[in-house]
Design a protein around this ligand. Structure first.
Ligand code: GDP
Ligand code: ZN
Length: 326
């Protein structure tokens, strides 16, 4: 239910909450650690202040990034959710970041929606339409919702994306308005927003936790506080889904393994020349492909070193949750 600087908080079937430790056997044999949304088997020993996580059940979905502090390890940020909501401010859209967020989101296999926040800050309706058009080009017409905390009705479209029994994960840079949205969905303040955080004198660097939040009459939402790094891990399927325009064009390339660089008969390069495909989009695709290939190479190298030394590498304890980005 919750990961913060303390021990993972687990809710039992009867509703009781337990702070838990991972069983030593679990940590030794696997590199698994419980993530938000995981279903776990716990042992509630008599007279202990903490229960023991003995097993992490197979996940139906997981949000994975490269561990920012490790060369060749991944980190699971959330598990067992039905939808990823990618939030970006409508008037300050960062398309390169959105592309990366969409790759990570699609890689999970869950449904993906983009939430354009702070619509009230748009100067004109024209500005709103033009941003909406760009994002629709990336995720399809039904994949985008425009919301504003100033317009309660706009929140209803978001609410509909998180029906009872389902779990959504909300990702996006710090300050895009995620906490504000969660508070509106819940109907009272469960997440501190930036305004509140600023008053503690520590600016935006207040400790954050990841928590499963119940929406009255709806499903549950996990607000992923602004996470610093969104390094790709396994991302080939995610790239394919997030760049379906390039994948589609690639079907007409002369060579099946065309890299869309300067090969003869490259339909993707032709589309760029004709102005059908933006050059920046192809550059993003290429950079993300290279990033995932590089991490794959490092993983293989790490695996070789492990077999050579004969010791499976046990994982160091996870670092405390990160400070929010500023
Ligand atoms: P988070 O870091 O993604 O959780 O973002 P917050 O919810 O803390 O919001 C960051 C800042 O944006 C706060 O000052 C909010 O009051 C403001 N904000 C959030 N949503 C909106 C909105 O729809 N319109 C406007 N004008 N400001 C908003
Ligand atoms: Zn090609």
């Amino acid at each position: 239910m919750k990961l913060d600087r303390g021990y993972p908080l687990v809710r039992a079937e009867d509703g009781a909450l337990y702070r838990c430790e991972h069983a030593i056997a679990l940590v030794k044999e696997h590199t698994l650690r419980a993530a938000i949304g995981d279903r776990v088997a716990i042992d509630v020993g008599e007279g202990h202040d903490k229960a023991l996580i003995k097993e992490i059940l197979p996940r139906t979905s997981q949000l994975v990034r490269k561990d920012p502090s490790e060369q060749a390890l991944s980190q699971v940020l959330a598990a067992n959710f039905d939808r990823v909501l990618v939030a970006q401010p409508l008037t300050d859209l960062n398309i390169r970041r959105l592309e990366r967020e969409l790759v990570l989101a699609h890689e999970t296999g869950a449904a993906v929606s983009v939430i354009l926040t702070k619509a009230d800050l748009a100067a004109t309706e024209g500005q709103q339409e033009s941003v909406l058009g760009r994002v629709r080009g990336l995720v399809g017409t039904g994949g985008v919702s425009v919301v504003s905390t100033a317009d309660p009705v706009s929140i209803e479209a978001l609410r509909a994306l998180i029906p009872p029994g389902e779990v959504a994960v909300l990702v996006g840079k710090s300050g895009v308005g995620k906490s504000s949205l969660v508070n509106l969905l819940v109907g009272h303040e469960v997440q501190k927003t930036a305004d509140v955080r600023d008053t503690d004198g520590k600016g935006r660097h207040t400790t954050v936790s990841r928590e499963m939040i119940e929406i009255p009459g709806g499903g549950r939402v996990v607000d992923m506080p602004g996470i610093r790094g969104l390094g790709l891990w396994d991302a080939d399927a995610g790239i394919e889904a997030a760049f379906s325009d390039i994948e589609e064009l690639a079907g007409a390339c002369r060579f099946r393994d065309c890299k869309h660089e300067a090969e003869p008969g490259c339909a993707v390069c032709a589309a760029v020349r004709q102005g059908v495909l933006a050059e920046g989009r192809l550059a993003s695709w290429r950079a993300l492909k290279q990033e995932t290939a590089a991490i794959q190479g490092r993983r293989e190298e790490a695996a070789r070193l492990r077999t050579r030394s004969g010791h499976p590498r046990t994982r160091k304890p996870p670092p405390p949750p990160e400070e929010d980005e500023s």
